[in-house]
Ligand binder design. Structure first.
Ligand code: ME8
Length: 650
């Protein structure tokens, strides 16, 4: 199967930012995902270089439009490899091959009678490069740029869009996933519901603007940027005669909600009028907000993707973007969100799984992949979880449910960490149960291999490193792979006994949040904690501690089996910690400001185990987790490698 995906071709009036990076990373991940499904893929991105907006930006920079567009277009082109984005074609609207395609379609639509000459007055926003009707303005302002558009009356060419209203409505109604997610489909249907679709002004008089593609039927005019830019999706395939066009069209588009209307209304109608097949899907995402405001060039609050990758590493950034944003909704980028999410998912859950399993395998099997022995109920249920997770992932990912697909993969990662705790390989080793130990470690390693493959579209370098640690490679070459993911979902046992594996792993180091806590919030948190605590059995104060007394303090190692927010206190977490006793202990701890509950799951901690129980905000705490407060947060104490739960710290 052929899979064609495009990003918007970005305006070159300013440098690329995280919003552009998001769309293009999503496109790259989709292409990589489809390659794992065995599909031939083609990814197009590029730059949109004509129009008023670019002309004005060039003037401001003291350059000619061409000099200016050359330099910014080159910045976009240079950015993508830094983000590990592998595009197949970078299309510029100033390229002669693109201009020829636009002119040939303009002529075709003109000859068919769908372009006419007329006079029109409208409110023109230079930012959007389009006319607005009175009704579309919000309090007289452009709804995108919040500025006052200029009223312009002039003679121009118009595209008979109105003629296609009924056709477009029916086309969208007949295809539930033509525009997705559904909320944007509904938005477009609501636009069309009014029963009016105005004809589109598709020219600009050269007297006002000459930086554009000349109309083939009237050299006094240039083409409206949107009528020019949308055709880049076809010129990038060398439409109408190119081989790529025959192989890949129709494909899918990826855009944010700012350019919903041109893609959902103008573009299908333009294709219809030109007698071409309509695209398959329009995938529309929300905005990345810098804290709470939309990140945009005009608001000047943009985040630089390269700086973020330098600070945090490329793969954690790629992972965060796909995991944090529910495709279609807005999401906020802050350092705190980023660090909390990546510490929890990458350093703790995934990194920890790799590190503990590989180091145990080094110790127990000399870093060679063990042979699995007889499987028991735990392995059967884990194997069916692996298979279900992969099937789920394959369903969700190509439909733009990236966050949900990754969450489902992480349920598996967490289940594997729990399996380590419940099977306690260190005890099996101690008890000399070697066959069982082999089964447990093999099960973990094989599942970890599948997880690495699933993650290749999202974190290509890390996935390659994970596979290498397991003695595996991602199949080489740029062509499609055989249907790897589907086969992995239904098979088991690819990892070969005796394969040499890494003896240690440190994939995703933990990061500390650099945002300083204010003295006030520190004071408030201490005060709240103090008044929250109700001592049940006041311990006797004996003054200075003798060694005998110190020896009475029982500090034990426990694994967090459950972590959740305290129902009544924002700063507290309710933990259940496995101390090797019959049931895990409930411990209430003031960690919520520093750790999301999921960051703690499966983690081994030092616990004061013989403290008198005390009630904290209505819940009894049977012990205390040891922590080290410092200026940037709160560190946790725990063993440097896995040890049996309940072991005493001496
Ligand atoms: O609209 N959050 O170009 P453009 C998420 N040239 N994505 C964002 C974003 C944000 N805050 N800001 C920008 C144009 N984007 C036209 C397109 S296509 C034929 C012509 C991304 O440079 C998102 O993909 O303004 C959005 O649709 C696109 O950049 C707009 O890029």
């Amino acid at each position: 199967m052929a899979y064609y995906i495009t990003t918007p071709i970005y305006y070159v009036n300013a440098k690329p930012h995280l919003g552009h990076a998001y769309t293009t990373i999503v496109a790259d991940s989709l292409v990589r995902f489809h390659r794992l499904l065995g599909n031939a893929t083609y990814l197009v991105t590029g730059t949109d270089e004509h129009g008023d907006k670019i002309c004005r930006a060039a003037k401001k920079a003291g350059q000619s439009p061409l000099e200016f567009t050359d330099s910014i277009s080159a910045e976009f082109r240079a950015l993508w490899p830094k983000l590990n984005i592998k595009y197949d074609r970078f299309i510029r609207t100033t390229a002669p091959e693109h201009m020829r395609v636009v002119q040939s379609f303009l002529q075709r639509v003109y000859d068919a009678g769908d372009i006419y000459f007329g006079e029109f007055g409208g409110h023109y926003c230079y930012g959007c490069e389009r006319f607005y009707t009175e009704k579309e303005l919000e309090n007289g302002l452009c709804p995108q740029h919040l500025n006052t558009p200029e009223f312009i009356r002039e003679k121009n060419y118009f595209f008979r869009m109105s003629k296609y209203l009924k056709w477009l409505k029916e086309y969208i109604l007949a295809r539930p996933d033509f525009i997705r997610p559904e909320r944007y489909r509904n938005e477009v249907l609501a636009m069309l519901e009014s029963g009016v679709l105005e004809d589109l002004c598709i020219s600009r008089p050269k007297a006002r603007l000459s930086w554009g593609i000349e109309l083939p039927f009237d050299t006094n005019f240039v083409c409206y940027v949107w009528f020019d830019a949308l055709f880049s999706y076809l010129s990038a395939l060398d439409c109408p005669d190119g081989e790529k066009y025959r192989e890949f069209w129709p494909g899918e588009h990826l855009v944010a909600k700012d350019i919903l209307k041109p893609h959902a209304v103008f573009w299908p109608v333009m294709l219809k009028a030109a007698g071409l097949p309509i695209y398959e899907h329009l995938n529309v995402h929300g905005y990345w907000l810098a804290r709470d405001a939309k990140m945009s060039k005009s608001l000047g609050n943009v985040l630089d993707p390269v700086q973020l990758c330098d600070r945090y590493g490329l793969d954690p950034v790629r992972y965060f973007l796909l995991r944090e944003m529910h495709f279609g909704s807005d999401a906020s980028f802050t350092d705190e969100n980023f660090i909390t999410r990546t510490n929890a998912d990458l350093a703790n859950d995934l990194g920890n799984l790799y590190s503990r399993v590989l180091s145990m395998n080094a110790k127990y099997f000399n870093s060679l992949c063990p042979a699995p022995g007889r499987e028991e109920a735990e392995e059967h249920s884990l194997r069916s979880l692996v298979s279900n997770t992969l099937h789920n992932y394959i369903q969700l990912f190509p439909k733009m449910y990236f966050s949900q697909a990754l969450e489902s993969l992480w349920e598996l990662v967490r289940a594997l960490n729990k399996y380590v705790d419940s099977q306690a390989p260190w005890l099996l080793y101690k008890e000399g149960k070697n066959e069982r130990l082999g089964t447990v470690l093999y099960t973990l390693l094989e599942a970890m291999r599948k997880i690495a493959l699933c993650l290749w579209p999202v974190m290509p370098d890390s996935a390659v490193a994970m596979l290498e640690q397991l003695g595996q490679k991602i199949p080489a070459g740029s062509g499609p792979f055989p249907r790897i993911l589907e086969e992995e979902a239904d098979s088991w046992g690819t990892l070969v006994q005796g394969t040499s594996l890494a003896s240690a792993s440190n994939l995703f180091p933990r990061m500390e949040c650099e945002t300083p806590k204010t003295a006030v919030s520190e004071r408030i948190s201490q005060k709240t904690l103090k008044t929250d605590v109700q001592i049940l059995n006041e311990p006797v104060n004996t003054g200075n501690l003798s060694f005998e007394d110190f020896k009475r303090v029982e500090i034990r190692i426990g694994t967090v089996a459950l972590a959740e927010k305290h129902p009544d206190a924002d700063k507290l977490l309710r933990l259940e910690i496995d101390l090797g006793e019959e049931t895990p202990r409930q411990i209430i701890s003031g960690l919520a400001e520093h750790y999301a509950p999921q960051m703690l799951l499966g983690r081994q901690l030092c616990v004061v185990a013989n403290l008198s129980p005390r009630k904290i905000r209505g819940l009894v705490s049977h012990g205390m987790v040891l922590t080290v407060p410092f200026e940037k947060g709160l560190a946790l104490l725990g063993p440097s490698g896995p040890v049996p739960n309940g072991n005493l710290v001496t």
